[in-house]
Design a protein around this ligand. Sequence first.
Ligand SMILES: [Zn+2]
Length: 320
Amino acid sequence: MSPRACSLRHSIAVLALAWAGQCGASPAIEPLPVEEIAPGVHVHTGHQATWPGARGDEVEGDVAGLGFVVGTRCVAVIDTGGSPALGQRLLAAVRRATPQPVCYVINTHVHPDHTLGNAAFAALEPRPRFVGHARLKASLAARAPFYREALARDLGIATGEDDIVYPDFEVEGNAELDLGDRRLLLQAWPTAHTDNDLSVLDQSSATLFAGDLLFIGHLPVIDGRLLGWLEVMDRLARTQAKRVVPGHGGPTADWRAALDRQRRYLEGVRDGIREALAGKRTIADAVESLAHTGIDGWLLTADFHRRNLTAAYAELEWED
Ligand SMILES: [Zn+2]
């Protein structure tokens, strides 16, 4: 839709009601590759790499699983990618798949590879609702300066404060979104991977968008509470889902096996650290002694395993 058509639309409210399109999308941008894994459920799988990556590499912030679900009335986008430019490419993928307007942009949690593409959708008219866990806003506000600094330093991408888009629809407990003949069930979880994890279940296709409550390939990263995450995984395992879209790695029907594998890693960290604490080891000593334990078959272990051990030590040190 041309800028002229958009301004015309603003001035003729009656026509606007009848207009199926949505202003703000640019036709020149290369759509992000997506796969339709179930009718109306489109998924992009990011690279197995750390965010944001380096300037000029193939990754450029594209490290998380993203998606969108199409109803008869409108579209919900689930996570938006690690930069405003990636958000634009995801929007171009939505535009290629459907003429329906985007009515919801859901963030599964605060991390920059899931939220920094929001800006592309905030420019749409009518503006979608931005949906997140009740604790997302505070967490994003605290971290936004660091995220923007990393984008500038590592990718040479300058952003303004307006590029950080906060939720205006906050979920405590659960919520339901209607896309037209299609309902999404949202669940806000107690502290697990982060303190603001939100999962999305598309009822029509029984597809669960788990966000970073499930990692496949990429080593799980503890940025919330290790013990809380293990409890949440028990509840997550009871979800009636035919397939799961993880926050990292490809969508899978064999998601309970993936959950078990993640559990083994996290329980290994828990048990190793508890033993080190019982033996009165220092944090440095504990991390060093466990630096090569339990990481076989996982990717990015050099980036995250020691950090997980450190986080677990700090958490479990205060256990009874
Ligand atoms: Zn994350």
